[in-house]
Ligand binder design. Sequence first.
Ligand code: BES
Ligand code: MN
Ligand code: ZN
Length: 493
Amino acid sequence: MDYSIETAPLEELQCDCIIVGVYQDQQLSPSATALNNITHGLVNNIVSRGDLSGKNGEAVLINAVPDSKIERILLVGLGEHQPLSAKNYKKALLAAVNSLKKPQIKSVICCLAECDVTDRDQQWKSRHIIEVFNDAAYQFTQLKSDKETESQLQKISISSTESEQALTHSGMLQGKAIAEGMNLTKHLSDLPGNICSPTYLAEQAVELSKKYASLDVKILEESDMTALGMGAFLSVSRGSRQPAKLITLSYQCGDKDAKPIVLIGKGLTFDAGGISLKQAASMDEMKYDMCGGASVLGTLLAVAQLQLPLNIIGLIPSSENMPDGDANKPGDIVTSMSGKTIEILNTDAEGRLLLCDTLTYAERFNPDVVIDIATLTGAVGVALGRVAMGVLGNDDALCNLLVASGETANDSAWRLPLWEEYQEQLKSNFADMTNSGGKDAGTITAACFLARFAEKFRWAHLDIAATAWRTGLTKGATGRPVSLLIQYLINRS
Ligand code: BES
Ligand code: MN
Ligand code: ZN
């Protein structure tokens, strides 16, 4: 995708489609007004005869524009004539981009950065246009014979005044970096488990570090993990023929002595549940159990592009969780790297077994904060649906910053409590703890488990099990929470 800024007056423009906003009660945005003048009242005609009421989420494509190098006009409803909420802005952008899925439309000029959005500046609007357009244009075609995509968008120009050009430009660069990060995240997530194995993920991390000189990679093999005593992690991978990997990416562009931000992403390339085998229905979706790991890769790609002045360590523990003669059995007791023992009541609660050893491993980086991102529990979808991801952690300030970053980025996150009463549910008669807190408050007890391995630093956990992909007809990865994480990192830099 090619991104650019357009500052020339409308009458000089040339494109397959121009996108302009219309408010309710037939009130035109500045560019809609300008376009109306050039086209001798075409826009007003459409609006006054009622073809577009201006409600947010509406869109009408005018596919013939007489005497103009603009081939089409897309009128987008913005709602009441007042500043839009960030969510309504996104809704309008989505309506726009969903009307562009036609092979003839390859280049568009978007004039929606001129709309006022509450508490958001030009930079944010420019960034958001690119994020939303890129997201909608993404399609997974690698494994289809017919590579034709619904959307053929190749060029997006954001219309801007000259005085706002600098902000439009920086927003565009942010948007482009986030877009590329999300595309990588989505692509790796959409790949099936027979291709995207732990070894494949590790290779992708190596590729990324070849592409960006600021990224260094190190892969720990199972033998290295044995030496470190990662008994919880290795107990999961023992049930799989694919060798496990612990991927470390390091990005050191901050102050030499600034403590790093550690991002840990769950990288289960397939989660069959192990001996506590999952049901057949939707089991294919467990190829997405590495979305957290993929979002760490996507985030680091964007960070490297933006050259943020930070120190960041990305850790991705990667394995499969399979039923096998050598797999974990319910009742097995394993010893984690921390020395704490864990009774495995349910072999399907494997994510925390990988994460607990990775959290202990993170201590050696002397982290400023540790944030883990994991498709950890189905229960988070019961609590928050597919709208917000869950945030839990041992540091109020960090949790609040993550929730606020999600709010800014339109990548919602909501905090759940981590009160010690919930720790009761992890009591074991035979070991220091169990790996499953039972049916109640599953997302919280999973985080309670992780908290026991995160006592030495400020830590937050993002449960993305319900937000990292869509089910049903539009099944596919969402690329979340790359934009939340980048927002947090931009705020920190
Ligand atoms: N990867 C799953 C979580 C998951 C479930 C993600 C559904 C997306 C959709 C995780 O490994 C898991 O199986 N969690 C169990 C934990 C339970 C056994 C304590 C769960 O959520 O059921
Ligand atoms: Mn599982
Ligand atoms: Zn899992």
